[in-house]
Ligand binder design. Sequence first.
Ligand SMILES: Nc1ncnc2c1ncn2[C@@H]1O[C@H](COP(=O)(O)OP(=O)(O)OP(=O)(O)O)[C@@H](O)[C@H]1O
Ligand SMILES: [Mg+2]
Length: 120
Amino acid sequence: MLDRQQIKQVLLNLLLNAIDSMAGAGGRLRVQTRTVVKPGGKVWVHIEIEDTGEGIQETNLEHIFDPFFTTKHESGEHEGTGLGLTIVHQIIQEHHGEIRVKSAVGIGTTFFVSLPALPA
Ligand SMILES: Nc1ncnc2c1ncn2[C@@H]1O[C@H](COP(=O)(O)OP(=O)(O)OP(=O)(O)O)[C@@H](O)[C@H]1O
Ligand SMILES: [Mg+2]
């Protein structure tokens, strides 16, 4: 059970960021989903969103979920408000889920979303 509109917003924000990160040279956007049964029987839904874009500098990684943190004023493509990931983080928290990120500059970025699967 989840808030359909809010989870749509989460996926949209993550997908738009992935697309932005590949604006120059193009690349590959991969989405993987699966259910995972944890010891004790709790079911979680895992969603991975992986791009082959520009990546995130290590010094920026700890700030990407902060309100108004953006690097998109430099790019010239279009201005970012820096609220996309803040909203993502908040919605995941409200669903008692988790979000993690792995990134390497010049190689790409993967966001890992985990949501507890609650019966309807
Ligand atoms: N997939 C990604 N690849 C590379 N950098 C990313 C990626 N996702 C997020 N970032 C970095 O994190 C910053 C914050 O992302 P966030 O979505 O919060 O804001 P934004 O995309 O800049 O603006 P907006 O509010 O329009 O979403 C981005 O400006 C970018 O530097
Ligand atoms: Mg964004």
